[in-house]
Design a protein around this ligand. Structure first.
Ligand code: 2M8
Length: 426
């Protein structure tokens, strides 16, 4: 085993909790939805069976309406995380699963992960009927997005910054500033015991986050609160949905179902993404559904549509990735926000630092589009930084200094995945 594989395996083993992986002991002591899909993509190189269990475990928390929850609290305890079990009280909400969960969701990268895990060991997958179990779960999850979150323009909306996975992206600034309410009780910040306050969202932002989450919970998470004050269409969320529909088409073929509706759906979402294209800034941007306003910020979310094969703005997006705003190959990985923007902050959560999961998505897109040299440079950059700094949560794009917490599961999993690919291509 090479050094990276060994070190990544150690992180993944220490964060494994009988059937699922926590993103990081301490800061994130439960199972997170999109983390688990990313983690499974790396785990498949160590144990395809464990990677299947990781995804099965998220599916076991599916709600009656098809949603896959943002967080699954398998221990049934807060365990020092807020908002946890005692905030969500999901057992009192109709349609919730037997296990305690959050009511919100996260980006739909699961079908992508299911297919990759299957492909790592098709015989083991067939023996355990992994795809046959996953396929109907994924179909219901995507139906939830279409029927409960879908808007007239064909895109799915998110109802909380946490649902984007990119918690305090500048996309949300104007809307959060326009919300005059804050959480009425004291704001617990156990996260600050594990991470620098200067890297995490502020208390003001947390007050709004908790206000929105409590309001969603108090409406039974039923997506029927028409005046809900936070409704956004996010480019990465919708691009991952479209991309997952393509994976679902392949999964459908493998289980003997009809792949065509999934391909049609992927194309429909890809076409709908045009509503988020901003000629003004030259990439996809978030849209505030309540005002219709495009949020004119360049963020890594706006580059993730590169994962879609039939994207009309591919050349412009590649130019954006390589140009002065993101400087592919000249800074650490891919910054989460425009390096030239006044709102750029090299240390603060999702407002500038480079994250390993988004770098992996961009590397994947570059490999698929045949830009192998650039994809390999990005992959090596990810692998070297991950190993050198103890698998940090994210990096300063200019100095590569580690930020956030350490021994972070998706960092280990995705660095491992890319190192296996580089190894295989030699
Ligand atoms: C971060 O988000 C959580 C809330 O979901 C938090 O800040 O407490 C984000 O980076 C998110 O993308 C990630 O899934 C989660 C766990 O790693 O942490």
């Amino acid at each position: 085993m090479n050094a990276l594989k060994q070190a990544a395996a150690t992180v993944l083993l220490s964060n494994w909790r009988r059937g699922y992986t926590v993103p990081a002991g301490g800061l994130y002591p439960h199972q997170w939805s999109w983390d688990s899909a990313f983690i499974a993509i790396g785990l498949r190189h160590l144990s395809p069976r464990r990677a299947q269990q990781e995804l099965d475990s998220i599916f076991s928390a599916q709600w009656a309406d098809g949603r896959l929850p943002q967080i699954v609290f398998h221990t049934g305890l807060d365990d020092g995380y807020s908002p946890g079990v005692s905030f969500w009280r999901s057992d009192t909400i109709p349609g919730s699963p037997p296990v305690e969960t959050a009511g919100l969701i996260q980006p739909p990268n699961h079908a992508m992960a299911v297919l990759m895990v299957h492909e790592s060991d098709p015989a083991e997958s067939a023996r355990r009927r992994f795809l046959a179990r996953a396929y109907p779960r994924l179909v219901r999850w995507h139906e939830y997005l279409r029927h409960r979150r879908g808007g007239a323009d064909g895109l799915a909306r998110i109802v909380h910054p946490w649902e984007s996975g990119m918690d305090n992206s500048p996309y949300w600034d104007a809307r959060l500033a326009a919300i005059s309410h804050s959480y009425s009780a004291a704001i617990p910040r156990p996260d600050l015991l594990h991470a620098d306050a200067g890297h995490r969202p502020s208390n003001g932002e947390y007050g709004k986050y908790l206000y929105l989450a409590a309001r969603y919970r108090d409406h039974d998470c039923d997506d029927a609160d028409e005046k809900f004050p936070f409704q956004f269409e996010d480019p990465a969320f919708n691009a991952l949905w479209a991309r997952s529909e393509l994976s679902l088409a392949t999964i459908a073929e493998l289980v003997g179902a009809d792949p065509r509706p999934h391909r049609t759906e992927a194309q429909r979402i890809t076409d709908s993404l045009e509503a988020l294209w901003s000629g003004e800034v030259g990439c996809y941007v978030g849209r505030d559904v309540l005002t219709g306003g495009l949020q004119q910020f360049r963020t890594v979310s706006g580059l993730v549509p590169l994962l879609l094969p039939s994207l009309p703005h591919t050349e412009e997006l590649l130019g954006m990735l390589r140009g002065p705003h993101f400087r592919l190959g000249q800074v650490a990985m891919v910054p989460s926000h425009d390096l030239t923007a006044p709102t750029f902050d090299s240390a603060r959560y999702w407002r500038g630092p480079s994250w390993f999961n988004t770098a992996w998505l961009i590397a994947e897109a570059l490999y698929e589009r045949g830009y192998t040299d650039e994809a390999e440079v990005l992959s090596r950059n990810m692998d070297d930084s991950a190993l050198e700094h103890g698998f940090p949560e994210y990096l300063d794009p200019y100095t590569s200094d580690p930020r956030g917490t350490q021994h972070f599961s998706w960092t280990a999993a995705l660095a491992l995945d890319l190192s296996e690919r580089i190894g295989a291509s030699r």
